[in-house]
Structure formats: C-alpha cells, structure tokens
Ligand binder design. Sequence first.
Ligand SMILES: Nc1ncnc2c1ncn2[C@@H]1O[C@H](COP(=O)(O)OP(=O)(O)OP(=O)(O)O)[C@@H](O)[C@H]1O
Ligand SMILES: [Mg+2]
Length: 308
Amino acid sequence: METHVEVPRAWEQLAVERLRGTLLVIGAPDVGKTTFARYLYQRLCEAARCVAYLDGDPGQSTLGPPATIGLSVGVRGDAAFPPKGPSWRSFVGAVSPQGHMLPLLVGASRLERAARAQGVDTIVYDTSGLVDPGQGGLALKQAEIDLLRPSVVFAIQRAGELESLLVPLRWSSSVRVIDLCPAPLARQRDVAARQAHRAEGFARYFASPGGGGTWPVLMVDWGRLAVYPAPRFVLHGLLALEDRDGYTLGLGIVFDADFREKRVELYTPLNSLAGVDALRLGDLIVDPRTFRDHRLLAKHSGGAADSG
Ligand SMILES: Nc1ncnc2c1ncn2[C@@H]1O[C@H](COP(=O)(O)OP(=O)(O)OP(=O)(O)O)[C@@H](O)[C@H]1O
Ligand SMILES: [Mg+2]
C-alpha cells in the first residue's frame, strides 16, 4: 500500500454518518478496492463509530497472512490501521478463491458473527478481485451478497464489468449500490508482484521474534485432534490450527510427518497447542526459505490465471 493516497471528490462527498451494516466493496483486480475500503473504514472511525474491517482477500491480504481472511475490530474514535481491537482469522487454504469459494464464504460468515458478538454496527468488507464470470467470480459476489446481506455495495468498475451482478441489485430495496470509478492512481500488479507480495506476507507472519532465527518445530500428535479433510500431510504443506469454533489460531508449514506415530512436525509461530481443536489442511505449498507458494492440487491449477 502506498503512503500517498489520492482521495477523489466522490469519496470525500460520501455521507458516512448514514452508513450502517455491512458495506461491501467489490471490483476487478487493482481498481483500488483495498485503498478505498481502508479510507472508508477510517472515515467511519473518525465519526466515532464501532467499526470492523473484514479483509476478505486470501491473496493480497491486508490484515494477516495470505491463505486466510480476517477481521479486526476498531477501537472507537481511533482510526489507526490495522485496527487495534480484537481480531479473528479464518483459513481459506489457498491464495485465490478459485476452487475455494466455500471456505471463503463460510469464513466470511464466521468472521461477521464474531464482529456482531462484539457489538459492531458497521463492517467494511474488502473483497477479492475475482469477478470474472467465466471463473465463477460474479457468482461468488452474488453469494457473498446473499449470505451477508450488505446494506451498501460499493462497486468500483472500469467498463461495466460488474453490471450483470448490479442490475438486479439496483432494483432491490434491501441494498444500495454506490458506483465509484477506479482512482486515477490505482496501478496494476502483475503475477510476479502478487507472488512477491504474498511471500512478504508469509515471511512477516512466520518471522521469528528478533528476526534471523527460526522457530522451534512444534510436534503435534494429530491422533488427538480433528484433521480436516484427512491427515494427508505433505512436505511444506500449509495448514491451519483451529479452535473449536473454526477460527484460525495459527498457521503451520509441515516439516515432517510420522504416519505410524500419528505425529507431524510444524514450523509455526504457535508455541503450544492450547485451545487447538483441529488441523485444517490447505491446498498450498509454502517454501519455508523463500515463502513463495504454489498450489498443491493440480486439478485446480490447470491453466487458471493466478488471481491471488
Ligand atoms: N486512491 C489512490 N491513491 C493512491 N494510490 C492508489 C489509490 N488507489 C489505489 N492505489 C494504488 O494502486 C494499487 C492497487 O490498489 P489496491 O490494492 O487498493 O487495489 P485492489 O482493487 O484492492 O487490488 P486487488 O484486486 O489486488 O486486491 C496499490 O499500489 C495502491 O496503493
Ligand atoms: Mg485489495
């Protein structure tokens, strides 16, 4: 994220005091969704509202490591970003929603529930840029809308690419569509820049305290835990350690697995299994030296664009 943010007139003119409920920000890759969502979040905070920020992009994540989506609650009157209040994460298991739309939707619903339980009245939901109808993108946005029932959809489009989704919404009394143009300074990131950005995100997450060193490996007796979908551990596979409500307590990279002893060695910032109820295996390999990722399941990667 660049330090200088150009704030278009249309953003300044938003009457944020009237906005309540879930505010969904949608658009194709690189139109400036995250920059706008963050601006909106900060405006709402300045208006002394109890706001949460939902980072719904498992690729170019803002709040935490890639392959997860996350929610942080702001402290009333404090526009600091990332928000300083409590936060939760939910594991998607991949860095693109393609092939992982269900865990993305389930996670978004779970995170929204956490926000509501905190008494949050407004959630800014920044979504992934997957809107290509051929890849199921618009169907995913429709499902997000049907599930989360946003009060407002902020639609940032270049050339009508969201219109087939928006036309019926414009007739609905339950949701308001606010159209925005991409900010002139919004710039595109290519596949390599996206991969590098994700690697930085994983490196930050897995960095040991003080830097330089490595975490001790955590030994996990998986015979005592729920393992979803099944204990098929692969070298450098990414997994999540989850609590009993399905929230992610930490991520781990598989170093070794002993199938006879039902024991797996994980590289993880977690130093104990306190509160861990389950392991959830992703579809991603993360190199523990470079933190570059690639998909594990060939069936999902054949020819698909890397939209993460
Ligand atoms: N209003 C703005 N002022 C300055 N820079 C901007 C603005 N909007 C976007 N940018 C820059 O353009 C790039 C893409 O913006 P951003 O990450 O907000 O887009 P996005 O739609 O969220 O992308 P993605 O689909 O990857 O999530 C970033 O480098 C960001 O800093
Ligand atoms: Mg974004």
